[in-house]
Design a binder for this molecule. Structure first.
Ligand SMILES: Nc1nc2c(c(=O)[nH]1)N[C@H]1C(S)=C(S)[C@@H](COP(=O)(O)O)O[C@H]1N2
Ligand SMILES: [Mo]
Length: 380
């Protein structure tokens, strides 16, 4: 009977020397994925102590791109790790001493929570809208479960990990050659690690193209690397949002309100206000991003129409009802002169699917908060 972590496993590849190395890569990608995911969550639902930035304008594009790429890299790493260790998962005794219990418990939670996280994340970037709202809450909650179980797992296994990483990869392979009765594995340990690394690299490239423009053509797994109208992907069309009629109506008015103080502007009045042009990326929480040129009215100018105080919080409301119809701007975005109520995109009037007659575009704001078909701005 073999003890956990014992060098004499049933095949040469099932060695802690192999699994610890895959485990390190997996641990790093999970940690990066957790940190960038938490950041994105805090921007959208800020705790009282949290203050977000609006410069440089590419920060969120980069952090959210890293979030999705590190998650995608973790998929082949997790599969490789499970393939190598799976006989151990069912090793007897299943339960035992408190340490054994902790070890088994943390692995069971880690494995199932990781599979859940990576699967739901992947299905989400593949645009599974039916449970997208439920997705954000569970994906956020489950992230703590994964990281907690990972910390326990690493702590319990620390002696084995240290031992496995300090020794050479092939040491036991030499010993096993002394017993001719043992059949060698199909690939060497080094070969297995190289294959795993290649799979992780391919996974990264396959998804990175949706945010790293030069890689666009290699993003064969990224669902929204293609172009929508005016060179930008569209998440939700005007029709899906049920705003076609209200957004194209001549009766459209934008209301800017601070308590009882109100200004109402028609589209031609909006066009007559001072226009500014900015080049900003739009970066979806699901990882795709694209740079575009936007023209419209500065939010600080709109807020000034109702004498908004300098540190006012701005809330943006869409013609669309529902969870995507409201966005509360972080302070940095409220005050930033680059934050626009855009009327034009890449030199043309906004397409209906991009938010005609007007949409919010702000630096370093998650795509999901860049409200389209804006009908009301509230100064709070
Ligand atoms: N009113 C409204 N605004 C919205 C959305 C939406 O569904 N409804 N989707 C958001 C999301 S998730 C993203 S990534 C961006 C995408 O903008 P685009 O479709 O104009 O490229 O718009 C955001 N603004
Ligand atoms: Mo998005």
């Amino acid at each position: 009977m073999t003890a956990p972590g014992d060098a004499t496993d049933d095949t040469d590849l099932r060695s802690p020397r192999v699994t610890a190395r895959i485990g390190v890569a997996l641990g790093i990608s999970f940690t990066i994925c957790f940190a960038t995911g938490l950041l994105s969550h805090w921007i959208q639902q800020p705790p009282s102590w949290f203050a977000w930035v609006s410069r440089p304008v590419w920060v969120y594009r980069v952090t959210q791109g890293i979030h999705v790429i590190s998650g995608c890299v973790a998929i082949p790493l997790l599969l490789a790790k499970l393939a190598v260790v799976y006989p151990k998962l069912f090793e007897k005794p299943l339960l035992g001493s408190p340490v054994r219990l902790l070890e088994r418990g943390s692995i069971a939670i880690l494995v199932s929570a990781s599979i859940f996280q990576l699967t739901t994340g992947l299905l989400n970037i593949a645009q599974w809208y039916p449970w997208r709202f439920f997705f954000t809450t569970t994906h956020h909650a489950m992230a703590y479960v994964v990281i907690g179980a990972l910390a326990v797992h690493v702590a319990v296994k620390l002696p084995i990990i240290r031992d496995a990483l300090t020794g050479p990869l092939d040491e036991e392979a030499d010993q096993s050659r002394e017993s001719p009765s043992r059949r060698g594995p199909i690939v060497s340990r080094r070969g297995l690690l190289a294959l795993t690394a290649a799979a992780a690299g391919i996974s990264a490239i396959a998804f990175a193209g949706q945010t790293v423009t030069p890689l666009r053509r290699t993003a064969f797994l990224a669902p929204r690397s293609g172009n929508g109208p005016q060179g930008l992907p569209v998440n939700r069309t005007a029709q899906a949002a049920r705003v076609v009629e209200s957004a194209s109506s001549d009766d459209f008015r934008l209301t800017v309100a601070r308590g009882n103080v109100m200004r109402t502007l028609s589209l031609s009045e909006l066009r007559a206000l001072p226009q500014n042009t900015v080049t900003l990326p739009i970066a979806c929480v699901e990882g795709w991003s694209a740079l575009a040129t936007w023209s419209g009215i500065r939010f600080i100018d709109l807020a000034a129409l109702v004498d908004a105080p300098h540190d006012a919080t701005l809330r943006v409301i869409s013609l669309e009802r529902g969870p995507y119809g409201v966005s509360t701007l972080p302070m940095a975005q409220s005050r930033d002169p680059l934050t626009l109520l855009a009327l034009r995109l890449n030199g043309e009037e906004l397409d209906l699917d991009h938010g005609f007659p007007c949409r919010l575009i702000a630096p370093d704001l998650p795509g999901v908060m860049q409200t389209k078909w804006v009908s009301r701005i509230e100064v709070m």
